[in-house]
Ligand binder design. Structure first.
Ligand code: SAH
Length: 396
């Protein structure tokens, strides 16, 4: 402890990762910190020789500081507006802001140099999640900056951090509108419409990270019988319908998710008899269904390994799930299989799926290797930002 206000000093040699612009300071790297420091405070971080490394948000835990600006000891008032403006410009450059596409991720935490913050855009509404106390305290400044983005015309900002902030910080965040008040909208993704319920839905209400993978699925759908496991809002199902699938069956264990899927199918394809939903456990559904029924299967489960400690069991889960699909898919069928577990690497996932394929005795070829889209950028200095991986496989 020291009494230097807002200053954290590192132990010798512990500045290395910060010099490479990795934005996290782990608690074990700290030599001294002020006695009056509170969660969410802005701090300046110095190396053991007194050189300034950067400024960021402090929190109690293994990640003690998230650096927002390198090479300086203060954060200026304008930082959120600057970062959000450049995030917006990137999405514009990526061609994501169009009349037929108004939903995308505007801020992907460290990938947009705003560690601890996620913002998804649905038309004129921004849904914001804080993962750090610092971002929680900055929420009003961020909401204000969002409404000032000149081309964005954001009219509502919904703050949804009840489940994302560290529980121990006792911040008691309320999910609430910081700006405006509008409780739902139809978002447009690649010309398809989706009801987005950020008040009651999972995460920010929709999984925008599968947008490009859904589009790829559409191109495989013509004339196929499609099974969309873990369908949630039915994203993949709606694309399969547009792609000309003969039949699309969507499965989710949550009755609410199945209702969302039904609503989204009706919104885009009213009175179209090709679609059915099943509120059932995915493993049971796969075990009970007859073989050779489907020739296009999507497996997009929730993260099976939320932490490193769960990697082993997570991999067993992926192996078992994929094994069932290999056992049942029709000859010549296509499998879209995903993992969104950050702790499970691309190689680990690939090995789990390979093991499942090998045990099935079927010949399997990799057609595409998929990842998260460009509006979920990964800072080279922060590889932890990579989480979504997928394979498109052809099963002989
Ligand atoms: N594919 C979706 C996102 C999937 S999120 C999309 O493109 O938007 C994961 C979903 O899996 C959730 O909706 C959750 O309700 C469902 N789920 C979790 N465990 C399940 C299980 N054992 N069987 C079926 N569905 C499950």
């Amino acid at each position: 402890m020291t009494d230097e206000k807002g200053i954290i000093r590192l132990r010798p040699g512990k500045e290395e990762s910060l010099l490479r612009r990795h934005p996290w300071v782990f608690s074990g790297a700290i030599a001294s910190l002020p006695s009056d420091l509170e969660e969410g405070d802005t701090v300046a971080v110095y190396d053991s020789r007194g050189n300034v490394l950067g400024a960021g948000h402090f929190q109690i835990g293994s990640i003690a500081v998230r650096i927002l600006e390198f090479g300086t000891d203060t954060l200026d008032d304008d930082i959120y507006f600057r970062r959000l403006s450049s995030a917006w410009s990137l999405r514009e450059a990526l061609g994501l802001i169009r009349a037929d596409n108004n939903c995308f991720r505007l801020v992907h935490g460290e990938g947009d140099f705003l560690p601890g913050l996620v913002v998804d855009i649905y038309g004129d509404t921004a849904v914001m999640q804080a993962h750090s106390p610092g971002m929680h305290f900055a929420r009003r400044a961020i909401a204000d900056a969002l409404t000032r983005l000149p081309d964005a015309r954001i009219r509502n900002v919904y703050y949804k951090s009840e489940t994302t902030l560290p529980f121990k910080a006792r911040l008691d965040p309320q999910n609430e509108y910081l700006v405006g008040s509008f409780d739902g909208a139809v978002a447009i993704e690649n010309g398809l419409q989706f009801n987005i319920d950020w008040l009651k839905g999972q995460k920010t209400g929709f999984f925008v990270d599968q947008r490009e993978n859904r589009r790829l699925l559409e191109s495989f759908s013509a004339g196929r019988r499609v099974l969309n496991m873990f369908c949630y809002t039915g994203g993949f199902s709606v694309y399969a319908m547009r792609g000309g699938a003969l039949q699309v069956d969507s499965v989710d264990s949550s009755a609410k998710a199945v209702a969302l899927t039904d609503a989204n199918i009706s919104l885009n394809f009213p009175d179209d008899g090709r679609h059915r939903t099943f509120a059932e456990d995915a493993f049971k559904f796969l075990a009970d269904m007859p073989a050779d029924l489907y020739d296009l299967i999507i497996l997009d489960p929730p993260a099976f390994a939320k932490h490193r400690s769960a990697i082993k069991n997570g991999l067993i889960g992926y192996r078992k799930l994929n094994a069932k699909a290999f056992e049942k898919i029709k000859s010549g069928g296509i499998l879209f299989t995903f993992s969104c577990s950050q702790a499970i690497t691309r190689d680990m996932f690939r090995m789990a799926v390979f093991t499942a394929a090998a045990r099935s005795g079927r010949r399997v070829r990799i057609l595409h290797q998929l990842s998260q889209p460009a509006d979920h950028p990964v800072d080279f200095s922060h590889p932890e930002g990579e989480y979504l991986k997928g394979l498109v496989l052809e099963v002989e």
